[in-house]
Design a protein around this ligand. Sequence first.
Ligand code: PGA
Length: 262
Amino acid sequence: MVVNRVPLIAGNWKMNLDHLQAIAFVQKLAWSLADAKHDAASVEVAVFPPFTDLRSVQTLVSADKLPIAFGAQDLSEHDSGAYTGEISGAFLKALECGYVLIGHSERRTLHAESDEQVAAKVTAALKHNLVPIICVGETSEDLEKHGPSAVPVAQLRAALSGISATADIVVAYEPVWAIGSGQAATPEQAEQVAAALRAELRETLGEDVAAKTRILYGGSVKAANIAGFMREPNVDGALVGGASLDLNEFSSIVRYQKHVGV
Ligand code: PGA
């Protein structure tokens, strides 16, 4: 089956930019993409600001009908209740979030998120009609011990337990050793793991989901290396951290088709 997967360039701002800075950034990003006549139907762009920015971003995007999607960096597995500091998927949906990052390596390491919690969060996201961007990736120790795809594939398998074969999901392969290190994986490494992740999707959820699901690469993506990743058949976009905070760099990544003639 041939399915046209619209590439997705997602900017994970992490704990950077307050709501005023977020408004300025999104407005300028929209102008920059409009100036460059960027076609949102050919490459989708999404930003993932801190929770406290989401209402401001929503107001701007909806008032000006900007072709920029947005989402949160995490959500609670619960709908409501005595969970101090947590944010429910229902709240995110009420702010018109389209996506939510789940299981980012910083959540897994700094907040000890387990595969079971990641799976529960994926279920919660889908329940509230948010598209989960399920983040998986191996450390350099994992790489040495288990090879390139064993850990990401096992993390994906665990994250998918309990979801249906019609689910709308995105997978982000982010080798932990490549995040924020300036040392990106090679396109061949990214492709090898992305292909293994797609095979896992096929096995767990069937051909349709495997064919339609976008698999992103993340880890030290920048304007100078995005094209190489996007040439790979199983890489359908990028999850960008540091470079998503630099307007020119990020808008150049989004427009990778133009500046490199892919
Ligand atoms: P980086 O971060 O692009 O700064 O390596 C990627 C991420 O953590 O999503």
